[in-house]
Design a protein around this ligand. Sequence first.
Ligand SMILES: Cc1cc2nc3c(=O)[nH]c(=O)nc-3n(C[C@H](O)[C@H](O)[C@H](O)COP(=O)(O)OP(=O)(O)OC[C@H]3O[C@@H](n4cnc5c(N)ncnc54)[C@H](O)[C@@H]3O)c2cc1C
Length: 377
Amino acid sequence: MAQHWDAVVVGLGGLGTVVAHDLAASGLRTLGLDRFQPGHDRGSSHGATRVIRKAYFEHPDYVPLLRRSYERWFSLEEKVGQSLFVQSGVLELGPEFGEVVPGVLRAADQHQLTVEALSGQEVEARFPGIEGLDEANLVGVYEPDGGYLLVEDCVRAWSDRATNVGADLRWGAAVTHWDVHPDGFEVAFGEKRFTCTRLVLCPGAWAPQLLPEALAQHLQVKRKPLLWYEAGPRYLESGGFPVWLFELPGGVFYGFPTRDRMGLKAARHSAGLDVNDPLQLDRNLHSYDRDPVEAFLKKHLPDVETEQLNHHAVCMYTLSPDLHPLIGEIEPGLVVAVGLSGHGFKMVPGLGEAIAQLARGEAPTCALDLFRPTRFE
Ligand SMILES: Cc1cc2nc3c(=O)[nH]c(=O)nc-3n(C[C@H](O)[C@H](O)[C@H](O)COP(=O)(O)OP(=O)(O)OC[C@H]3O[C@@H](n4cnc5c(N)ncnc54)[C@H](O)[C@@H]3O)c2cc1C
């Protein structure tokens, strides 16, 4: 007979490790399954760093979730005795009437967050490695509380904590099938079968393969390269250089200060090739990956040595049509949490808590209304 669990979590990446932690911490017998190893580089939670910020241009309704996530990141750092969050500040740049700068100011205003609006000249005076703002009609807004998370360390920390509070996490366990069952749900990997009362699906880029077609049809998986370059001393984090994000006619570009010998990390947030099978992801770097990023760097961060590429990685975004996640209970006991759309890592502590509450039949502390999975029907 199949072993029965109170809860099974499929996918132990950025989000699933937090969900498994919270379910187990509440006393439920929790099984977590992942096809790879903790903190692996095959999905969407690798590449050293992730931006974290609170004055959210994407929608002000994220702010309570982000506040809660900040609290839980700090508390995780204390529990594991490790630095995971570097508060370097975040500088966002774009047209005065674009999407990003007005969006940051709106969220800050609605939620009384500290940000500083800066003209192009003020940005260039304060962060001398940045150039060409006036010519491009760009203004800035600086959020001192923002910064970046050490992404693989974060995933491993949540997975260690989940194990500590009693979750049974199994790695190298690729779920091939799940279905409803008289005892709740049945989950299969290889020859193994489990049943569970609650099932939470957080498979990241594998969502189109694991979710019901009615939801899967709304998701698009995109290939996203990350690039690390040698860079001049003006971009050192130790010198106060922040995380940065530019909204430009040619797309959104972002990156991090230089923190170690890998150099300055830069990437393009917009665009990306479709991925049909995440297991066959093209991890090679092509000129069409480098060219737009390097053209951007030459113009606006000219001390980056674009001919000196130190490293690259390829990751995947899972996008929903409105770029907000799809999270909710789609039938009693079955919760889906997918489509984090290239900006979800910072909020996994708040989301994971709310998802575990949903799975237990409780009202989530942070509202998930914006993420209703059936909103595209
Ligand atoms: C290049 C890049 C840059 C990003 N930058 C930022 C940023 O700066 N700030 C930010 O907040 N967010 C950012 N994001 C988004 C964020 O990192 C992701 O949204 C988030 O990490 C996704 O977490 P996840 O748990 O949904 O997916 P993952 O972490 O990929 O986890 C999914 C897990 O499911 C497992 N799995 C899948 N199918 C199965 C199966 N059948 N059986 C068992 N296990 C399975 C996978 O192995 C994987 O471990 C970025 C993403 C990328 C790719």
